[in-house]
Design a protein around this ligand. Sequence first.
Ligand code: ZN
Length: 164
Amino acid sequence: MAVLPVLVWPNPILTTPCTAVAAITEDLRALAADMLATMYAAPGRGLAAPQVGATLRMFVMDVTWKEGKPDPMVVVNPEILWRSEETAVGAEGCLSIPGVTTDIRRAKEIRLRWSDLAGQVQDAHLTGFAAICAQHEYDHLDGVLTLHRLSPEARAAAEAEYFA
Ligand code: ZN
């Protein structure tokens, strides 16, 4: 496993829509292992493939490891099947926009379907931080960053802080 460099805004790879993973290969498993190592080293709770330069629809997350309960998830070709109408605003950071935290409104709960590294289809109802994290990472696969979800005024303020 290797800790990979994390690309930072405004690297154009971060705004490139990713392509579906065609097959679970040894290379893909190695990339997933490197992404988990990179996420833990950062330290973060989620990391999407484009953040390490791979424009593939895959992300990793582990929302409980910082509390001493590691639960790594590798999410390949995710689909958000349902979003709750109820939303909430929360402060979000991003490893690709270091030092900047922004308030983002997201669905409080989602239903996510994905393939794991064994090629098995998984399906889960996510709540709490897991739901927020999965939506954040899913956005990365569409080339969408937190900055893109802000009002023009809030985005200008966040970019001013970032580029200062
Ligand atoms: Zn991010």
